[in-house]
Write a protein that binds this ligand. Structure first.
Ligand code: ZN
Ligand code: ZN
Length: 70
């Protein structure tokens, strides 16, 4: 399957930069994420798992909000 820009770039998310710049196959920010793969309620609801446990097994692929910058 074509996963181009369907996931957030880990480097971008953790460091705020990425050595691949615009050649990166991952999305640099939610604005670059391809909406075709987004959940209808993508990032509209706080993640219960993240807010109760402080972490979420889905990481950046989670459809729910993890924080202020998410
Ligand atoms: Zn990147
Ligand atoms: Zn989550």
């Amino acid at each position: 399957a074509d996963r181009f820009k369907t996931e957030l770039c880990r480097s971008w998310g953790e460091l705020g930069r990425c050595k691949y710049t615009n050649r990166c196959k991952f999305a640099h920010g939610v604005a670059e994420l391809r909406s075709i793969d987004r959940h209808p309620r993508y990032k509209t609801t706080p993640c219960r798992q993240f807010h109760t446990r402080g972490l979420c097994s889905y990481g950046s692929r989670c459809h729910f909000i993890h924080g202020e910058t998410d």
